[in-house]
Write a protein that binds this ligand. Sequence first.
Ligand SMILES: [Fe+2]
Ligand SMILES: [Fe+2]
Length: 148
Amino acid sequence: MNTVEWSEALLLDYPPMDEVHHAFVDLLALAQAAPDAALPQAWAAVIDHTVLHFGREDDWMKRTRFAAADAHIMQHKVVLNVMREGLALARTGQMQAVREMAGELAVWFAKHTQTLDAALALHMRSAHPQGPLSRRGQGSGERATARP
Ligand SMILES: [Fe+2]
Ligand SMILES: [Fe+2]
């Protein structure tokens, strides 16, 4: 089973993204380690977090008119749709399919972070060194954490 662990290779040197990515890695690891009975709920937690994670990046790209926004936003949309299909599978007891999806998501996440997200982080660091928006910048306490 493919897994993803937090490491320096995933760091983008942009704390608002790095914090969310670290939380994603932790939630995905929890889902992958969950027994079948807990998998639907653990997978739902990954989805809830991902809605916030992708939504925040999409919002930054739109607000800052990031040139490569369309492909990145589309990739978020496709992946989230697949994850929601996974939740439907989990709720009908098809756990092996969800576990395979989790492994694919781990591989996808590392690649996405090191390519599209790295480009976005570079853009945000250079264009908005104080944070993406002054009212939502670093230190505001805002975090993309999953709701209970
Ligand atoms: Fe991301
Ligand atoms: Fe992204």
